[in-house]
Design a protein around this ligand. Sequence first.
Ligand SMILES: Cc1ncc(COP(=O)(O)O)c(C=O)c1O
Length: 351
Amino acid sequence: MEFDLKKLLRTNILNLVPYSSARDEYKGEASVFLDANENSYGSPLSRNYNRYPDPMQQAVKAKLSLIKGVPIPNIFLGNGSDEAIDILFRAFCRPGIDNVILLPPTYGMYEVSANINDIQTKKVLLTPEYQIDMEGVAEAIDEYTKIIFVCSPNNPTANSINRSDIETLIANFSGLIVVDEAYINYSRQKTFIQELTEYGNLVVLQTLSKAWGLAGIRMGMAFASEEIIEVFNKVKPPYNINEASQQLALEALNNVDQVNDWIRELILQREQVISKLIELPFVLNIVPSDANFILVKMVDPLGVYRYLVNNGIITRDRSKVQLCEGCIRITIGTPEENVLLINTLMAYLKS
Ligand SMILES: Cc1ncc(COP(=O)(O)O)c(C=O)c1O
């Protein structure tokens, strides 16, 4: 399928002259910076944050590039992947005219971001096995469809979406396919970030909020062709990643081994929790999980949810969500937290 980025972009974005910051205009080494109206005296803190941060986050991207095996020009960093999702709408979708395809049950921000930007959403429910209804998607696509959002592993169902279906979509759709891989580190499936050279219409989202344990610093990533990343950079606020987050990310990215140890441990814990839960008579089903959470179908989900809350354990009630009827979503915690969860559920049984 022919892919033409210029045709897909909103005309105002195609013609946009981006803001040029003080740090964009002077890049050399200097000792006196009187160009950005900062406070040259410092910050009232033990560490100084009086200077604007690197707008392009070169140091963080250089480390990520090594870890991910993706060149720097193919990486965008956002204030969480939620910022990347919002930029996709603002750059590619004309309010009141264009639409995107969502595959519910899925991550809720795609719809919220679409609504904020006044973009119609066409929903094609996943199949009962939580896979893509390929015929339904083909029928839903029209000339105004700009983006299809695929979340894999999917939140809240925890399973991965069949790779061949995603490939079929990428190869046959003239708009963008966004593959949200927030939970990819826990998955048996391979990431799509190695396929960027093959597919010009692919955008892969990842985040430091999950396996990297950095939800608090707000850093998400989009991987795509250079020309798509240029669009992101044009539209983003100039200093979208603050200096403290950049410094903390740089520090954290040195600790890949710690993160990999946690991933291995979490997957072991996930399988243990599943094996314990499935023995409970009120647990009806657990979707095979490729993520750091599980979707559990129960006889009385609200009763269980409330019992857990009363015992200080918060899970996510998804029982009102279409195709998740009877389900609560449970994040896998530390071994101690998981034992507490199982013991509390056993106590619920006796209550
Ligand atoms: C599928 C999915 N994508 C993206 C996000 C948001 O990530 P971030 O913290 O990078 O904004 C989440 C968070 O729960 C998620 O589940």
